[in-house]
Structures are given as structure tokens and as C-alpha cells.
Design a protein around this ligand. Sequence first.
Ligand SMILES: [Zn+2]
Length: 351
Amino acid sequence: MCLRALPKRVGVRPPWKLEETRAPGYTVGVRTLITVLVLLVGLGAADARKKRPHRAARAPAGPQWHQLDEPLDGQPEVVGSYAGGCIVGAVPVPAEGVGFETIRRWRNRFYAHPRLADWLADFGRRVRAAGLPDVLVGDISQPRGGRMRSGHRSHQVGLDADIWFTRPPADQRDSDGAFVSLVDHEAINRNVFAPNHVEVLKLAAAAPEVERIFVNWVIKKELCTAPEGERAWLHKVRPWYGHDSHFHVRLRCPPDSPQCRPQSPLSKGDGCGEEAWFSRAAAVERRKAAKAGKAVASNRRPGRRPGHTDVTRERCAEVLAAAAHPGGGVATARRKPGHGGAGRSAASPPK
Ligand SMILES: [Zn+2]
């Protein structure tokens, strides 16, 4: 409900005016209670202030990934994993090209490995050639990759890109709410889901450099209703949570980046049936089995692996520290134009 609408409601008075209608003794009681509450909150705040220096001491010194304005020049090099790494030699993806636009550029997350930048340009051309609506590209990576302050765990090495399924008007694209979901609870939203969405996913999956595509598990389930002979392309389309109004494209490690850590190879086949792992019913079953003491395979999605190695950490520390040199390009706090906030996260982070 909109808070601004409240005072307009007939007969509803804001709580701070209610005491005017009470007896004087009641008013004094309320005031005493408020005073006690204010004192307690004050004590809590003072306690929090005492703890703050300890937390600050643990925060890493120097610039953070999201504060870096510029890529680190050099031979393109991906270091680490999609959810724990960084990139040298990233390039800015242009604001628009044939068949695509990049949005929310104020976030400075439009940097990519040159292979991904080329892939997006080529994808846009194929989208246009297929007669599909131009696509909107959201978050890619920060200038030197690394962990983002909000929104994603992955997107750290310039090989991930979010592509929206729908095209809201230009002045509404900063709000996730403007992008209609293809999923309604745990069912496909038939008012929105259209053959165009299947075609655009097929086009993305057809590219050999694409390693995986993440979509909401309900979308994968819907795609799996195609006849068996027409599902081979679904091999790369992986089910996940979120990703109901955009899909996430991930390119494979470039061959000239020996420190790029690939994901485990995909299992053979179209993967249909695996999406059931994500349903609420399956989650309830897993919890029940765990309670009953039965051995469950895992409560974690199969294939998850830890992130950094020591080598990755050292190299990425160098990439991050290079920003501290003169002209290294450390950005000041970045804000959404006209809003002053960082905005809601675009997606749950796929691994
Ligand atoms: Zn993503």
C-alpha cells in the first residue's frame, strides 16, 4: 500500500494524534513509555558505535572493486571463477548496437572480456536478422570484474551478461518491476510467455562460445514440454531461482586465460527433469528426509564448488591494487540519476 494514501482515509488518524483524545493520566503514561523506549534505543546505538571500529578494522583497506572506474589495460586475461575472480583488459560494451541496447549504465557494470563484447554484438545482429525485438542487456561486469556491492555473486570475470525478456519504455528500465515476469508463482505466465522468448534463448544457446544459460526453473520446465526430438538445444539451458524476467548468458573460459577456472562440464542430454530439484515440493521433501535422518544426496545444488585459489587471490589483489596508482581511476560513489540510490538487485546470483 502507498503510505502517502493513508492520511486521506476518512476516520483514520495518525498514531501521534491519538493521545489527544485520551485522559491526561493516559497521556503521561504514554509519554513515559516513549521516553523509556527512546533511552533504550539510544543505549543500543551507543553500543553499536562501540562495536563499529572493530568492524571497520576488518574491512580491507584501499579501493573496492565497485569503486574502480576504469579497466586495467593489458592483454585480456580472466583470473579465477565466475563467482570469485577478476579481469584484465576488459572493454566497455557500447550503449547500443544492432539489435541490442545496454541499460543502467550508471551502475558502471557494462564491461566485458572482448569475446563477450563481440558475442553481444553478434547476438544483436542475429536477433535483428531473425525479426525478434531488440534485446536489452543489463549487468555484465565492473571495469576490473570482482565482487559487486549488490545484486550478484557471479559476473566477476567479464564473461556473464543478463539479457531481459521484455522491453519496458526507456524511462522505466531502472526498475526491476517494469520488467514483466514470465513466471507466476510456480507456473509459467501464459499472459507473457511467447514464442519470441523461446527463439531468443535458442539463438543464444546456438553459439559455441556460450557455456551455460540460466533461466528460472519454471521456464526450463516449460521449454522441456517440447517434443523429445526438439530439445537438444536445452543442454546449455540450466534451471535456477530468479531469472524469470531476464536470462543469464555465460561464455566459456577463453583459451588464452590459463587462470580462468571453468565450471564442471554439463551432464549429457537436455537436462529435462532436473529442474524439479528447485520446486517447493522437492525442497519440502528434502527437509522431511533430513529430519527423518535419511541420507539425502545434498541440500546444495550438485556441482557447486568453492571459489578462489591462492594464485587467483594474489593476481586479483594485484589487479585491484593497480588502481591505487596515479591515474588508476578510482571512482567516487555512483548513484542512480535522479534517484540517489543503488537500486534493487537485478538477479539472484547463479553460480
Ligand atoms: Zn546474471
